[in-house]
Design a protein around this ligand. Structure first.
Ligand code: TTP
Ligand code: MG
Length: 345
């Protein structure tokens, strides 16, 4: 039996803003751009009372709360605070899997912390960084993640094996890690809304519906999840591409690159990784695909930088033909280093 904790920082970017500007504490705060097409990256718990949440368009958030405080993103600062939190977590165990800028799994099996570990961890993180975290403790990753989300903010939840059926059965199926938006829709159209409904289905049915993921889902709702806490696993590449109306307009194509660069940069920073190699992909009207990569001496992750380098490659390879697909990918990934942060705003 393992002991795993899942730690997630509360309203992370907004909490950092509160920490650095105490005059906004207790007021509704969101982080994001000021323009109307900007989106909310996160809202503090005060703002959430107005129904404001991540990924909501900023104009909508402003409509919901007229005295909303909008703070611009300060990515370097969030990465810095994230590393501070991570440093505290490391004093508990070496076996840490960092999932994103504000989320980690800790395997503390056999280290003798006992049931008090979440409270001790919360206290130490707060003392060292001024931030609050929510902590879930259980015997597998699925249950610990569910637990950390249970009593947010500053929450603690422990799920023991004997609690499992009682806790899981009433949950909406969208709480089951592995059931995405599409699957949720499919299941709900079949009248399967809760884990309890899901429980009635035989494994063969789930496997047919979800292929390989079916068995995982079948196991998870029964409290089985053997995934290890994986230290330092990195994905190989991160990128995006899109198909569109055929065009040979350089402006249109560069605009796609600008959007991609922003999207990729957000994602890289969220995962705290950067990459040495940038690859551009173009597919023309005759379905001929051209890709060109460049590798740089220092890793990239900042939106402007990715955009400029992407355009440079584009200018070298694009021959004016009609294009139906364009893609941009960053690969050769590694963790963002603290020394690089000065380049970020
Ligand atoms: P979350 O942990 O999803 O959100 P949160 O920490 O703000 O709030 P909660 O208390 O519910 O945990 O994400 C962590 C940070 O990542 C968040 O503060 C902002 C950033 N983020 C984005 O930039 N874009 C996104 O779409 C999401 C979901 C988060
Ligand atoms: Mg969080």
């Amino acid at each position: 039996m393992r002991t795993i904790m899942h730690v997630d920082i509360d309203a992370f970017y907004a909490s950092v803003e509160e920490l650095d500007d105490p005059t906004i504490i207790g007021k509704p705060v969101v982080v994001g751009g000021k323009s109307d097409h900007a989106i909310v990256t996160t809202a503090n718990y005060e703002a959430r009372k107005y129904g404001i949440h991540s990924a909501m368009p900023m104009f909508m958030a402003k409509n919901l709360c007229d005295h909303l405080i909008i703070k611009p993103m300060r990515r370097a600062r969030y990465l810095e605070k994230s590393k501070e939190v991570f440093d505290v977590l490391k004093t508990f165990t070496d076996k840490i899997e960092k999932v994103s800028i504000d989320e980690s799994y800790l395997d503390i099996t056999g280290l003798g912390y006992g049931i008090d570990a979440p409270r001790r961890l919360q206290k130490k993180v707060f003392e060292e960084t001024g931030l609050t975290v929510s902590v879930g403790l259980s015997y597998n990753k699925f249950l610990t993640k569910l637990a950390s989300d249970w009593n947010k903010p500053n929450g603690i939840k422990i799920i023991k094996p004997e609690d499992v059926p009682e806790i899981l059965l009433p949950l909406d199926i969208n709480k089951v890690h592995g059931i995405g938006k599409q699957s949720e829709k499919k299941l709900k159209s079949l009248g399967i809304n809760t884990v309890s409904d899901l429980y009635e289905l035989p494994e063969s049915f789930l496997s047919e519906l979800f292929k390989k993921k079916g068995k995982e889902i079948y196991d998870r709702i029964r409290g089985i999840d053997n995934r290890e806490v994986e230290v330092g696993v990195l994905r190989k590449s991160l990128g995006t591409e899109t198909t569109f109306e055929i065009t040979s307009s350089r402006e249109v194509l560069k605009n796609h690159l600008k959007d991609f660069a922003e999207e990729i940069s957000e994602d890289l920073i969220y995962k705290e990784i950067s990459g040495y190699t940038l690859t551009l992909k173009l597919k023309n009207e005759n379905f001929v695909t051209k890709t060109r990569s460049k590798t740089y001496a220092t890793p990239i992750y900042e939106s402007e930088d990715i955009f400029e380098k992407g355009v440079e490659i584009f200018n070298e390879v694009y021959e004016g033909d009609k294009i139906r697909l364009i893609g941009l990918t960053v690969s050769n990934l590694e963790d963002i280093k603290i020394e690089q942060l000065k380049f970020l705003t």
